[in-house]
Design a protein around this ligand. Structure first.
Ligand SMILES: [Zn+2]
Length: 109
């Protein structure tokens, strides 16, 4: 899989190219994130900051569905990030279905 370097805080919003503002993202997630640093939490219908992978812990904001196919946001930040990046888009769920069948998903810590 080809990964891209994402500016967590977009350069358009003043984010720098320092390592603490960079992370790897797949092409689809990066394109949906674009220059956004906020997203809509569909539960509270408020705009909140997206998950910051350098400053926040993944397990505090996300969990996998019991079948491993869908990422569930457990906080407003998690839900907004899942929503903004369209993490549960049909193509991603189809890929996860194959990975689950092969015993490769969800990932272990
Ligand atoms: Zn992705």
């Amino acid at each position: 899989m080809t990964l891209q370097i994402d500016h967590i805080i977009p350069q358009a919003a003043g984010g720098t190219a320092s390592p603490d503002n960079l992370c790897l993202a797949c092409i689809s997630c990066n394109s949906f994130k674009s220059d956004y640093e906020f997203g809509l939490d569909p539960l509270t219908e408020t705009d909140v900051a997206l998950f910051h992978p350098r400053r926040q812990q993944w397990e505090d904001h996300f969990r996998w569905s019991d079948d491993g196919l869908r990422l569930i946001g457990s906080t407003a930040i998690g839900r907004a990030t899942v929503n903004r990046l369209r993490i549960n888009r049909a193509e991603a769920v189809a890929s996860r279905r194959v990975w689950v069948a092969a015993g490769l998903h969800p990932p272990f810590d």
